[in-house]
Design a binder for this molecule. Structure first.
Ligand code: CP
Ligand code: NVA
Length: 287
């Protein structure tokens, strides 16, 4: 049984296979009669709903578990939470503050563990991002993608790992100190946002203050302010599509007329979260 904690855990063929599965609406009922635990230490709109519906589409029963209910790492250790949930569920999915909790859960049980976002990675988001790129451009290999803003976050890391595996040309533009700390080979980094978007086919950004970073909010907003994705920046790539994992803060990382304008594909991208979640779950059940 396979865990999915990070995109880098997958090989190129497996990642392509997951995207192929996501494009199939009928994957049977590999979760018939089975439970999937969905543990959330942080809020969620897209991940919770897309996962719940994907589990239902595969014939299973999702159990949504809020932070207070299991007290991961406070009421009970991450290992004991995993051991408990493994008694009832076929897959354990978790959104955690600290990625090390996912690693501890994975070591404690045979039941597959699925990362629904940690401080370091957001693999389910990257699957939807890559599927959206494929739909918009007709290909992933060679796609010219510019990621602008906070380069050292979970969304950027998982996207970078996916681009590296599938041969997309990713450029990350971020201020000093905000670059991706462990960028895979082939991912280029710069401080120059205007240079990064030149010739881009996809322009991507994420919030400047991720969940759990509220203490740094003011400094982050100040430093990242020159990296807003707006009409002036996008003048260098008039045909580029705009992507954002959401939730977005209009007027911070993206101008309202960009995210709400004709080049934005963020709602298609959000819809793809359910299709890619279904593909990932089916793969974890052996598809
Ligand atoms: N993109 C994403 O993961 O959204 P949620 O935080 O709402 O799940
Ligand atoms: N980087 C963001 C992504 C939210 C889906 C965060 O971690 O808050």
């Amino acid at each position: 049984m396979s865990d999915l904690l990070a995109i880098a855990d997958l090989g190129r063929d497996t990642l392509s296979h997951l995207l192929d599965l996501a494009e199939r609406s009928a994957l049977g009922r590999p979760l018939a009669g089975e439970g999937v635990a969905l543990v959330f230490q942080k809020p969620s709109a897209r991940t919770r709903n897309s996962m719940e519906m994907a589990v239902v589409q595969l014939g299973g029963h999702p159990v949504y578990i809020q932070k207070e209910e299991v007290g991961l790492g406070t009421r009970e250790s991450a290992e004991d939470v995993a051991r408990t949930l493994a008694c009832y569920h076929r897959i354990i999915a978790a959104r955690v503050m600290d990625h090390r909790d996912l690693v501890a859960m994975s070591a404690a049980v045979e039941t597959p563990i699925l990362n629904m976002l940690s401080d370091s990675d957001h693999p389910l988001q990257a699957l939807a991002d890559l599927l959206t790129v494929k739909q918009l451009l007709g290909r992933i290999e060679g796609a010219r993608i510019a990621y602008i803003g906070d380069g050292d976050n979970n969304v950027a890391r998982s996207l970078a790992q996916g681009c590296a595996l599938l041969g997309a040309e990713l450029v990350i533009a971020s201020p000093e100190g905000y670059g991706l700390s462990d960028a895979p080979d082939g991912v280029r980094q710069t401080h120059d946002a205007a240079e990064a978007v030149r010739g881009a086919e996809i322009v991507y950004t994420d919030v400047w203050v991720s969940m759990g970073q509220d203490g740094e909010a003011e400094a982050r907003r100040r430093t990242l302010a020159p990296y807003q994705v707006n009409t002036a920046l996008l003048a260098a790539c008039p045909d580029a599509h705009f992507l954002h994992c959401l939730p977005a803060r209009r007027g911070e990382e993206v101008a309202a007329d960009v995210i709400d304008g004709p080049r934005s594909a963020v709602w298609r991208q959000a819809a793809n979260r359910m299709h890619t979640a279904r593909g990932a779950l089916a793969w974890m059940r052996g598809a």
